[in-house]
Write a protein that binds this ligand. Structure first.
Ligand code: ZN
Length: 67
């Protein structure tokens, strides 16, 4: 990548809400998130994802720090 564009898309990490292990790296669009929230007052996060440590689906929260 030659240029680093600043935009609404942010790279985030997803952390397990139960054991706080760092499981996923994802991207999300700030603008879409805000629109969604306004439209049906639903938030994307926490997201239900599978956690390898808990061995079940748990709510994953945003972690700005990437490991
Ligand atoms: Zn877990």
């Amino acid at each position: 990548m030659a240029k680093k564009k600043k935009g609404p898309r942010q790279v985030i990490g997803l952390k397990c809400g139960e054991c706080s292990s760092f499981n996923y790296v994802s991207e999300y669009n700030k603008n879409n998130e805000q629109l969604k929230e306004q439209a049906n007052s639903e938030k994307t996060f926490p997201l239900n994802k599978f956690c390898n440590v808990c061995r079940k689906h748990t709510p994953h929260t945003i972690s700005k720090k990437l490991k």
